[in-house]
Design a protein around this ligand. Structure first.
Ligand SMILES: *Cc1c(COP(=O)(O)O)cnc(C)c1O
Length: 363
């Protein structure tokens, strides 16, 4: 069987070095906010070309902490509206709500699955204060156009890069933005449990978030803010330090798989994803569309290929958001009805890729 994502195989090469790291953390006897976390924060901010990196508990908290940080700085207020793509993973929307802000959904482009910049402006009103951009599936959003809109209307830009580690040295593109990452095991840079981080060049924001993630406290037992407990584990940071070294190589391997899929899958029933070659797409997912998606998924499964749906139900149709269930987002709904993610990872063999292509071409 060809797995959608073989996490065991991804982590296997690190077995010895993981064990050495575990031993060194045990020997140090320090498990929260120690040397490994600090080293990872340095390594990851360097990697991203950002001045600051704050390690946190997971990707959702990374987003929540950015919003809470801006609220503490007086740059956002409870009740402000935040523009967000309608087809994102639920976490982007939950983060806005958790911070007491109001999500305003905007349709993506069908071809790219990414927020359509041309549809942003008509959703902007006096309450709009930020845009949460999502680099979905590993492809960068159209940042120059989005940044221009944000500048014109004086909006903050926050980036959800949970699926886009290494997609570009983005921090230098927009020195003002704050970027949230997740190190959930299946992400391009994945821990052996939960983890997340925020990168930014904004020293004030970084300072507040360093405090907010640790109970709003900088000096132990003195609380400046109403914070939360969301710290990147020492042990996860240690594992991530080892894996970060190979991230660019892993992303390159993902692109090689994607190149083969794009050039060799030839079937009218399958719509291949768009890749803007001027960006380093990191193919967290390789997402095709098909009008009879469920049938295709079933066919692949019968042929020993595991394909997954990201995501089967759009946020506005979720039971949790019953107030939105009556809303209509036709592009988003079409995407959720038609998308299918093919096996994609840096550990897929050439033979496995060939087999997926062969089976798809016979469909
Ligand atoms: C995974 C993901 C998150 C949340 O990350 P967690 O670490 O699971 O909390 C947020 N946004 C997007 C787009 C994601 O894919």
């Amino acid at each position: 069987m060809i797995k959608f994502l073989d996490l065991k195989k991804i982590n296997e090469p690190y077995e010895t070095t993981f064990q050495e790291k575990l031993k060194s953390v045990l020997d140090n006897g320090w498990y929260i906010l120690g040397k490994e976390t600090e080293a990872f924060e340095n390594n990851f901010s360097n990697y991203c070309g950002a001045k600051y990196c704050i390690g946190v508990g997971n990707g959702l908290d990374a987003l929540v902490l950015i919003f809470k940080g801006y609220i503490e700085l007086g740059k956002l207020r409870k009740g402000d509206e935040v523009i967000v793509p309608a087809n994102t993973y639920i976490a982007s929307i939950l983060a806005i709500l958790q911070a007491g802000l109001v999500p305003v959904l905007v349709e993506p482009k069908l071809e790219t699955y990414i927020i359509d910049p041309d549809l942003i402006e008509c959703k902007i009103n006096s309450k709009t204060k930020a845009i949460l951009v999502v680099h979905l599936y590993g492809q960068l959003a159209e940042m120059s156009q989005i940044n221009a809109i944000a500048n014109q209307h004086n909006l903050l830009v926050i980036e959800d890069a949970a699926q886009a580690h290494g997609a570009e040295n983005r921090q230098s593109n927009n020195p003002e933005s704050a970027v949230a990452y997740s190190f959930y095991p299946g992400k391009n840079l994945g821990a052996l449990g939960d983890g997340g981080a925020i990168t930014t060049n904004d020293s004030e924001l970084a300072k507040v978030i360093f405090s907010l993630r640790n109970y709003g406290s900088e000096v132990k037992y003195q609380n400046e803010y109403v914070g939360i407990n969301s710290r990147l584990d020492e042990l996860q940071a240690a594992f991530l330090n080892l894996k970060l070294v190979n991230l660019d190589e892993d992303n390159k391997k993902r692109r090689e798989v994607a190149k083969r899929y794009l050039s060799e899958i030839k079937n009218e029933k399958i719509i291949l994803p768009f890749w803007n070659f001027s960006h380093n797409h990191v193919f967290h997912l390789f997402v095709i569309r098909s009008h009879n998606r469920d049938h295709l998924q079933d066919y692949l499964s019968k042929n020993g290929i595991q394909a997954m749906i990201h995501y089967p139900i759009p946020p506005h149709k979720q039971k949790a958001f019953s107030d939105w269930n009556h809303l209509s987002f036709p592009v988003t709904e079409k995407i959720h009805n038609e998308v299918l993610s093919l096996p994609m990872s840096p550990v897929m063999t050439g033979d496995e890729v060939s087999f997926v292509i062969e089976i798809l071409n016979k469909y």
